[in-house]
Ligand binder design. Structure first.
Ligand code: SF4
Length: 413
């Protein structure tokens, strides 16, 4: 069931980040959309949401204001939107979040978001020299100073957390020191968007998913080690989720675990679509004809790509079905599995990284627990070599032909 809606309230941005899936990877269809979501679209969406919640007996929803850059809209837009949601969608508890690049986020904005109960997340890419290389204004100037100021204003004043895309050029120590210097207590990291035919910066196609080539795992293990040694560490959700999964908890998100994905995206024009970062695959891949001005919210379940997306931790390549860490990895984020040749019928580009990271974390967890606790959780030591070896040999579980055909249907050959 979809319980989180990402509202792309602006389809333009005041920054021009080089890796941005919205504007700089694969898809230019945003140019045909309205620049901003209208209050009329919010109203229609809220009415449809009311029916959807009644039909599905939902009493909790998350609404994420996203963009482009959501601060390009007016304060009145947010006052009006929250009023509309709470007036129309009765008997539902809302978790409102805004994810911004932080430019222009001043005290007035924080006051407004505090009054409206909107939690604020800011995207940042680490120390100034790196942040200013990637997160730049359209004139090429870096945005670090503005963003740092916005983060500091938000401490104990409505800032919920910081989100950074992993950049291998930044050492984990530099990134961690930067985060600590900001004094935030919640931080999360994302693996870069990209797929087999449009790899994240610096990755070499012929080395992807080979034994020695685990640049992201090596980087993440170093960050984890630094983080763990810090007695006053901030929460890092990515590590927390992985540890919970290793401990056998029912956890996960669109990148990890075996849960259904429960996120849909509402575009500025009212189109209801699959997670927007899948746009990095190719022009128009996420586009469908489902629009809340003419459709009901449940119609999204008829979209084939959406069906794959919500079930993406079940609809995986044969290799994943036979993988010893499948329950933790879930085959990875759908967008990271794409290749022109096979569509989504691949393990993620981060497959070997995930195996190495999971084995490291699992062994580390075992070392810190008593034998009884490990036995209770069914935890035993594992080795990266063994799992990679096993993966090369094993294909006991066959992928269903119907699933394979659906995943391959997105291939470009
Ligand atoms: S680690 Fe690799 S093979 Fe295993 S589930 Fe993840 S993507 Fe699939």
């Amino acid at each position: 069931m979809v319980t989180s809606f990402v509202l792309k309230v602006a389809s333009r941005c005041n920054l021009n980040c080089s890796y941005c899936y919205m504007y700089n990877l694969g898809d230019k269809t945003y140019l045909k959309q309205p620049k901003f979501m209208s209050v009329d679209t919010i109203t229609v969406f809220a009415e449809k949401l009311y029916t959807y919640c009644k039909e599905n007996k939902l009493n909790y929803l998350q609404i994420v204001f996203h963009g482009g850059e959501p601060l390009l809209l007016s304060k009145d837009f947010y006052r009006e939107s929250i009023r509309i949601f709470t007036d129309i969608v009765k008997d539902v508890y809302f978790d409102f979040v805004i994810q911004t690049n932080g430019v222009g986020l001043n005290n007035e904005w924080y006051q407004l978001f505090n009054n409206l109960n909107i939690r604020v997340g800011i995207s940042m890419d680490g120390p100034q020299k790196y942040h200013d290389e990637y997160r730049v204004f359209h004139n090429g100037k870096g945005s670090y100073n503005e963003v740092r100021e916005a983060i500091q204003l938000g401490i104990n004043n409505g800032l919920h957390g910081i989100l950074s895309v992993v950049n291998l050029k930044i050492s984990p120590r530099e990134l961690y020191d930067e985060i600590k210097s900001l004094d935030v207590n919640s931080f999360n990291i994302l693996l870069p968007d990209g797929h087999f035919d449009k790899l994240p910066d610096g990755l070499e196609k012929d080395k992807i998913n080979t034994y020695q080539y685990t640049l992201y795992a090596d980087w993440l293990i170093e960050l984890f080690t630094i983080w763990k040694q810090d007695s006053n560490r901030p929460n890092i959700r990515f590590f927390k989720t992985l540890i919970q999964l290793i401990a056998g908890e029912d956890e996960g998100d669109q990148m990890l675990g075996r849960r259904l994905n429960g996120v849909a995206v509402l575009e500025t024009n009212g189109n209801l679509e699959v997670a927007d970062s899948i746009r990095a695959c190719y022009e128009g891949i996420t586009r469908n004809n489902i629009n809340i001005h003419t459709n009901n919210i449940g119609d999204i379940f008829n979209d084939t790509l959406f069906q794959i997306y919500i079930n993406s931790h079940e609809m995986v390549a044969e290799k994943c079905l036979n993988c010893p860490v499948y329950d933790i990895c879930g085959g990875g984020f759908l967008g990271n599995r794409f290749s022109n040749d096979n569509g989504f019928d691949n393990p993620t580009i981060y497959c070997h990284d995930i195996i190495k990271l999971v084995t490291f974390l699992q062994n580390d967890l075992i070392d810190s627990l008593s034998e009884e606790a490990c036995a209770e959780m069914g935890l035993t030591k594992v080795s990266y070599d063994e799992i990679v070896g096993e993966l090369e040999m094993s294909s006991e579980i066959a992928i269903k032909e119907t699933v394979k055909n659906k995943l391959k249907a997105y291939s470009l050959v």
